[in-house]
Design a protein around this ligand. Structure first.
Ligand SMILES: Nc1nc2c(c(=O)[nH]1)N[C@H]1C(S)=C(S)[C@@H](COP(=O)(O)OP(=O)(O)OC[C@H]3O[C@@H](n4cnc5c(=O)[nH]c(N)nc54)[C@H](O)[C@@H]3O)O[C@H]1N2
Ligand SMILES: Nc1nc2c(c(=O)[nH]1)N[C@H]1C(S)=C(S)[C@@H](COP(=O)(O)OP(=O)(O)OC[C@H]3O[C@@H](n4cnc5c(=O)[nH]c(N)nc54)[C@H](O)[C@@H]3O)O[C@H]1N2
Ligand code: SF4
Ligand SMILES: [Mo]
Length: 698
């Protein structure tokens, strides 16, 4: 391919630089267009982070853009339940009218706006926020209801920052419930490089993944017992004096109380809880504590538990007391870019509480968002008041939210549902109106490597394609707002106009950023920020003991509680549901529920499979490839068996995002993490039943 340029500037033939928006990897891709059609895609070899790499999803971008099943026109459901193509104007006017009707009848709070994983960290979410504020509902939620925020809250409450692991300068890297080989391959490349340079690798994962096989130390624990494991490691580190005394004395509060608490978690006891041998626990604790600087990646597997928040606190404290905060090679506090806010203050505030505000006050305090996992309660029981309408943009709740059976019937029962997506998803099928969104190649937005790679850089991913029939999410929110009389809140003429406004405090412009294809370094990391400013907590120190938690009725120390569903917490249920189920470990070819219809990606993982240990399969008399029924207290799915020796015989693994075998039929939205409201997607009780075969099939 010839040299890529940064943006098409009206031309539709040429080679253009784009930034892949499908995961946090921010890979640089070169896209060759001929008359507006993609003819070739490849990684940019000169890109400083991705260095020419793109994963199978990046290579499938052409398939995604041109997918025959992509929606190209707004669709309206007719009285007979059939879909009718309508103009953008008609669809937007219809939605504006219906939303006004609901507002007049029940109040603005009866409409919830949800932006899913495809919209978070994108610029267009800022427009979605302006829309919900202008409309007057307090109920705005994001994928943060089940992703990232629990970790963010645990770190913020403990030391006022969400640090980023600085793996390239680290001597010991711990991947805790995190598998970047599938979830962020460019980051795995950096980790591999650090390991080549001599860093030790510790992996904490109930599965012997390929990443785990590369580790110096793999702790194959029982799902959901990470908190106990962290306490066991703290026990060893404190008992053996392997922590940083100066740091602890000067910069922490509550260490003595922690020491007393973890004294009750010796490795031998933790072995009985976690199934990891006491020797392995000691080995990992020593390896980590004696090889500073060391860093810990806190994966989503830690968040998706009923005890996830406190587990992450325990791990955060582990990295604090070993002196690894804000040091090169440790957990660094990366400065955020000072961009102008697109937030506007409304003069009228809706007096109704946000859904989840009373139950999860700290989640609300840290996000100002609704907790989407309990929308079903508002829809079915009118608690605390009814939700009657919803706009869902960039999410597929029927496949991704906990207790999906209930979610599906809740969404189906709404008076009005609007979905903005590329495809007719299982959620879109329930909608009254579906809008065809442009892909990330059809819009302009900022990207940053601050939160993923710890590099304080921002850059511009300029629109590369003109997707004739699809509006970008930005335009959708602006156009809808315009029709509802909120045009004044959307004064920017274009996405780039709004981005220019955002960039002003940095003295940057869209045009300027187009000349910085690898991003602009907006700040320098200086290290040990706390020595200059203290920690951003009420005490100015690392709050091992948190009065803020205590004030809200939560445990002030990072206590371990069994998962709500476990053989130890509910043995009476475990009698009938003896297996431990973990769902949703990432596959490299898919993003959650996306891409099942793209041939090159489908080939990589053609069907959903439940992974079962060979011995357990023998005991249950089930064979490889056999279709079985997996059941939990919520419901059951049919799914094919894959035999493996990579998991413990007591544990089974099911991927999420498949309509054919929806893992979230099995998950729960009743018992949630008490602090964050996160669901327990990674530790539930289940059973496998042999499918009854009709006698003539035998
Ligand atoms: N290809 C791809 N990449 C993605 C995504 C995607 O859908 N597809 N999604 C993106 C998003 S939104 C997120 S949040 C990230 C998540 O990315 P990661 O944080 O890497 O999460 P997973 O790969 O889902 O899970 C990591 C590991 O957790 C293990 N695990 C399961 N249960 C437990 C447990 O109880 N304890 C521990 N310690 N480990 C457990 C699994 O075996 C798995 O190997 O990925 C992002 N990147
Ligand atoms: N059982 C189980 N459930 C889980 C998880 C798990 O590990 N286990 N993980 C959870 C996590 S971490 C997350 S983040 C959530 C994610 O859950 P969701 O937020 O529902 O994410 P997706 O399934 O990726 O749905 C994104 C939708 O947006 C569409 N889309 C893609 N790009 C765009 C765009 O530019 N604009 C618009 N409007 N639409 C677009 C896609 O076609 C897709 O239908 O799932 C959660 N659910
Ligand atoms: S790793 Fe794949 S999905 Fe992630 S940014 Fe790179 S090409 Fe895109
Ligand atoms: Mo996520």
């Amino acid at each position: 391919m010839t040299e890529a340029v940064s943006s098409p500037e009206g031309a539709e033939t040429g080679v253009y630089r784009a930034v892949c928006g499908l995961c946090d990897g921010c890979c640089g891709i070169s896209i060759a267009l001929e008359n507006g059609q993609i003819v070739q895609i490849e990684g940019q070899k000169d890109h400083p982070i991705s260095k020419g790499y793109i994963c199978p999803k990046g290579r499938a971008v052409k398939e995604m853009v041109e997918a025959p099943d992509r929606i190209r026109r707004p669709l309206k459901k007719t009285g007979g339940g059939l879909w009718q193509e309508v103009s953008w104007d008609e669809a937007l006017n219809l939605v504006a009218r219906k939303l006004e009707e609901i507002k007049a009848k029940y109040g603005a709070e009866a409409v919830a706006v949800h932006v899913g994983q495809a919209g978070v960290r994108k610029e267009s979410i800022l427009y979605a926020k302006r829309f919900y504020r202008a409309f007057g509902t307090p109920n705005f939620s994001t994928a943060g209801s089940h992703c990232h925020i629990s970790k963010m809250m645990a770190n913020m409450i403990t030391y006022g920052e969400l640090p980023v692991p600085d793996c390239l300068n680290s001597r010991c890297i711990m991947l805790w419930g995190y598998n970047p080989m599938a979830s962020c391959p460019p980051l795995m490349n950096n980790i591999n490089e650090a390991v080549r340079r001599g860093a030790s690798l510790i992996v904490i994962d109930p599965k012997a993944t390929l990443t785990a096989k590369r580790a110096d130390c793999h702790l194959q624990l029982r799902p959901g017992t990470d908190g106990a494991l962290a306490l066991g490691m703290l026990n060893v580190i404190i008992k053996e004096g392997l922590y940083d005394r100066d740091f602890v004395d000067k910069w922490t509060i509550g260490f003595e109380r922690l020491a007393k608490y973890v004294a009750d978690y010796p490795p031998e006891k933790v072995e009985r809880i976690t199934w990891v041998t006491a020797d392995k626990i000691k080995e990992a604790a020593r390896l980590y504590a004696k090889n500073s600087p060391a860093c810990i990646y806190q994966g989503i597997a830690l968040e998706l538990h009923t005890n996830g928040f406190q587990t992450i606190r325990a791990i955060s404290i582990l990295q604090a007391i070993t002196g690894n905060l804000d040091v090169c090679g440790g957990a660094i506090f990366v400065p955020a870019a000072k961009l102008a806010s697109l937030k506007f203050k409304t003069t009228e505030r809706n007096a109704k509480p946000v859904i989840g505000q009373d139950e999860f006050p700290l989640f609300y305090k840290h996000t100002r968002q609704a907790q989407a996992n309990i929308y079903t309660r508002a829809i079915f029981e009118g608690e605390p008041y009814p939700i009657k309408g919803m706009i869902v943009a960039g999410s597929n709740p029927v496949l991704t939210w906990p207790n999906a059976g209930k979610v599906k019937s809740a969404l189906a029962s709404l008076e009005f549902l609007v979905v903005v997506d590329h495809f007719m998803t299982e959620t879109a099928r329930l909608a009254n109106v579906v809008f065809p969104a442009a892909t990330f190649l059809g819009r302009s937005e900022l990207w940053s490597t601050a939160h993923s790679f710890g590099m304080p850089k921002i850059g511009l991913a300029a629109a590369v394609l003109q997707e004739k029939y699809n509006m970008s999410d930005w335009e959708f929110w602006k156009e809808l707002a315009g029709r509802m009389g909120y045009g004044e809140y959307f004064p920017w003429k274009s996405e780039e106009d709004a981005i220019n406004f955002r960039l002003e405090p940095l003295g940057l412009t869209v045009e300027g950023l187009k000349r910085e294809p690898f991003g602009y370094t907006y700040n320098k990391w200086a290290g040990k920020k706390y020595e200059r400013e203290g920690f951003n907590t009420p005490s100015g120190k690392v709050e091992i003991y948190s009065e803020e938690l205590e004030k809200h009725g939560y445990d002030p120390l990072p206590v371990y509680k069994e998962p709500a569903e476990s053989p130890k917490s509910v043995p009476e249920i475990a009698g009938d549901y003896p297996l431990i189920l973990t769902t949703g470990a990432r596959a490299i070819g898919y993003v959650h529920s996306r891409f099942r219809s793209l041939p090159s990606l489908r080939r990589l993982s053609p069907e959903p499979l439940v992974e079962v240990h060979k011995d357990k399969a023998g005991e249950l008399k089930i064979k490889d490839g056999e279709t079985v029924v997996v059941e939990t207290l919520r419901g059951s799915i049919e799914i094919k068996v894959k035999l493996t020796d990579k998991v413990d015989p007591r544990v089974i693994f099911i991927p999420h995002g498949w309509n054919d075998a929806n893992a979230n039929i099995l998950t729960d939205n009743e018992i949630l993490d008490p602090v964050s409201g996160f669901p327990a997607a990674r530790a539930l009780l289940a059973r496998i039943i042999k499918k009854k075969t009709c006698f003539w099939n035998k």
